[in-house]
Ligand binder design. Sequence first.
Ligand code: URA
Length: 425
Amino acid sequence: MRAVDLIQKKRDGGQLSTEEIQWLIAAYVAGKVPDYQMSAFAMATYFKGMTLAETRDLTMAMVESGDQLDLSAIPGIKVDKHSTGGVGDKVTLILAPLVASFGVPVAKMSGRGLGHTGGTLDKLESIKGFKVEVPEADFIRQVQEKGIAVIGQSEQMVKADKMLYALRDVTATVDTMPLIASSVMSKKIAAGADAIMLDVTVGDGAFMKTLEQAEELSKTMVSLGKEVGRQTIAVMTDMSQPLGQAIGNRLEILEAVQIMKGQGRSDIRDFICQLAQIMLKLGGKGISLREIKEHLTQGQALQKFEELIAAQGGQVQDIYRPVETAFVYEVRADEGGYLAKLPALYFGHFAMEIGAGRSVKTDHLDYDAGILFDKKLGDAVTKGDLLAKIYSNQEIPQKKITEFAKNVTISNEKVQTKEILKIID
Ligand code: URA
């Protein structure tokens, strides 16, 4: 076979066979198909799409491009969760220990942040000593003993996704449904969990801008999971505004801890409890929202989180250390009303630019940098109220602070918000 023929076939709207897709991925990983041909293939896919059968073949070819985890030594139904990316998305930090606190094993592989989206691994690494690179045997032992582990994917797992994702990132081919579905599901299938909850983000700060796009992606990923015998459920969640109050690695750790102490905003607490109920059900446990809320607010989730930190070499006391930066800017309301717009994409980029995220993979992070919102969509605002605090170790020009303030829209009408938009199972 020749890559050029497969690129041409896709470019002209043809459907690739299982053998063709298997060949392309295997040849790419083996270094026989160069990046420039794979980029052309990704772009052809961007414009022509893929059938469900092609997406499935691509997913399985990617799974087979590297090692796969066998979690069968861990008793019980192992559940995993994955978010398609967001701004201020600290869900895993709270949800994983909450679910584990009910005895459902959480064996989780997470990713790093890139562009305006954050990554759980970076947030955990902002805790002194915490290690995300854990050998497979230790990972399994930790889940057996503690019921929870959150680690990075080894170099040998889903090699094709590592190579392809890096390429997509610099060739404007990330936001295409079959490539996102195969990227997410290949990682989840290779990571070995029995059940998978997908958090499919929708809106300004997400790859999927509309509910229709998110629904199509959700249905595809749920079908892919089910075809390989993994119970899969997709929860479409709102990412039109940042999630919770904080954006930035240590600020998000502090917010997660606050929520696990029963403090923080009630909307995010309730949202996490609903996700936990879905995940626990996947893990074979029907638990009431009342009980879940008790575990979240009365210390059980926080205790599990502390166990997780300690098990992976982190200093537990460090999760309580306040953020300190050279500059702290306050943004205040210049009129009263209700907070009507808080565009996640803009604030995600802003946080990235002050060091909380990476614009390219090699960028160094400033763990303390970020934004803490005091008001969220639908909140009543009085003139002079604090809207947000910006924590930065770089001096930010006034022009940029003014632009930040302009991106917080206040209106006379109260907008209704909803965290969970739809569930596909
Ligand atoms: N998250 C992934 O893991 N892959 C994508 O392609 C997009 C979001």
